[in-house]
Design a protein around this ligand. Structure first.
Ligand code: GLY
Length: 451
């Protein structure tokens, strides 16, 4: 492929900002467009990076229109709901080179019932489940009654099968909660019409990412996400409040090998066997129970905020990695990553994830981002930030990801929290968790490793 390339990234969050940074590092990329993007993505860039807000990510015609307008050499479709629309298929039909799985392969994320059935067909370790339909919800209620009659302490998840921005899996610790959660499926609209009742697995979660051409795989470093709104893993599920990479959990090579072979390898082979050649980034959300990993869910794209801590470790050229996937040359391509540990802390509007609770934070001034960026080893990726006259304003729930790198979890964490301490939203409206990476801090100290 020639030099001076234009890359169009479809998406609008801190993940897309991190992806744009990875492309910017490639000598062959000249211009990057992020649609619909956010204002912070263009801040302080070395190359030409523009956002095109005139892109409605819910409408295929709008995405196609933006692609035709900018004539990119490569389109990277980074966001789950955009993949589920069939964006990759449409852009390919219109002659664009596109990175990301097509709609049928991305089903591994947008249809959780189908995805679980794929896991069963391919002997992939995952929790037992039963599918139900909202029209016959009394069957689901009868089922949970029978489960709790047998085991009153059972942990269950009621899960919408469609996409719900990471908030569609409802934890139920007793019969009453399970019945309320079945009732709540109606609030997810089409995504909750079919739902699963899944056995809860108790263990530690981890995230793992692979670039694949549908045949070969190149693995990235592991990560661990912190999903609830408050410290001690309390509060509502969010899109992600912070992450670390790698997690010391994968120092246990047997866990890492099982993830690579059983959770990822079997899925990619299984998809191909069903004539679904998966090209793109596959993300497995796993849980380790007594030293054995199980799949919670697959996602057809980078995780957010995991992308912000995993991609900056890449020493190889990201554009070349993507092209190797698209040209089915991954077998002869290796990826290099550095040995740093990274910690990401997500700054959110007070009240997030409930839009009603944080609506009055929108348009409030954000201070301190420039000072935070002056600390060595810090990157800031923007999400809900608006820039007007050079000033930053809150424009959503998740606002920014502060990412720090260090030689170990303690150093990276210390830097991340020093940096976020500079930031503030008028009216004391900034919220962030102060315990990101706590499991690895414990692992680090308990092994008495030197800082
Ligand atoms: N980190 C959760 C997600 O991206 O879905």
């Amino acid at each position: 492929m020639a030099e001076n390339l234009t890359v169009l990234i479809i998406g609008n969050g801190a993940r897309e900002h991190a992806i744009s940074q990875a492309y910017e590092n490639s000598a062959d990329v000249k211009r990057i467009i992020v649609a619909s993007g956010n204002d912070f993505i263009t801040y302080n860039r070395e190359k030409e990076v523009i956002i095109d807000k005139n892109c409605n990510l819910k409408q295929l015609e709008s995405i196609l229109w933006v692609a035709k307008k900018h004539k990119p050499d490569l389109v990277d479709v980074a966001q789950d709901d955009v993949l589920a629309l069939g964006t990759v298929d449409l852009l390919q039909e219109n002659g664009f080179l596109v990175f990301g799985p097509n709609r049928n392969a991305a089903r591994i994320e947008w249809d959780k019932k189908w995805s679980k059935e794929l896991m069963i067909r391919n002997n992939i370790p995952t929790a037992d489940f039963r599918p139900f339909n909202l029209r016959e919800k009394e069957n689901a209620v009868d089922y949970v009654k029978s489960v709790y009659r047998e085991n009153p302490n059972k942990l269950l998840y009621v899960k919408a099968t469609g996409l719900c921005s990471g908030k569609g899996a409802l934890k139920s610790a007793n019969l009453e909660e399970a019945i309320v959660n079945i009732e709540k499926m109606k609030y997810f609209g089409d995504a909750g019409k079919t739902f699963l009742i899944e056995d809860g697995l108790e263990g530690e979660e981890l995230s793992y990412f692979v670039a694949t051409d549908g045949f070969s795989m190149r693995f990235f470093k592991s990560a661990q996400d912190n999903k609830t709104a408050f410290n001690f893993d309390r509060g509502d599920q969010t899109g992600g409040m912070g992450a670390i990479s790698p997690t010391l959990l994968t120092q246990n090579k047997s866990i890492e090998n099982d993830v690579r072979a059983d959770l990822i390898g079997h899925a990619i082979d299984g998809l191909r066997f069903e004539n679904l050649t998966y090209k793109g980034i596959l993300y497995v959300g796993g849980i380790v129970v007594d030293g054995k990993p199980f799949v919670i869910e697959y996602n057809a794209r980078w995780g957010d905020p995991e992308c912000q801590v995993v991609l900056p470790s890449l020493e190889s050229d990201y554009l070349e990695t993507v092209l190797a996937c698209l040209e089915k040359k991954l077998l002869s391509f290796d990826i290099q990553q550095d040995n740093k540990t990274r910690v990401c802390v997500v700054g959110v509007s007070r009240g997030y994830p409930d839009p009603k609770e944080y609506s009055d934070v929108i348009s409030k001034r954000i201070y301190g981002l420039e000072d935070a960026m002056k600390i060595g080893g810090i990157k800031i990726f923007g999400a809900g930030i608006k820039i007007e006259d050079g000033k930053f304003y809150a424009n959503g729930g998740r606002l920014f990801s502060i990412v720090a790198e260090g030689d170990n979890i303690i150093e990276a964490r210390q830097k991340a929290y020093s940096a976020i301490a500079y930031t503030y939203i008028e009216g004391n409206n900034l919220h962030y968790r102060t315990d990101i990476g706590w499991r690895d801090v414990e692992r680090f100290y308990s092994k008495n490793l030197k800082i």
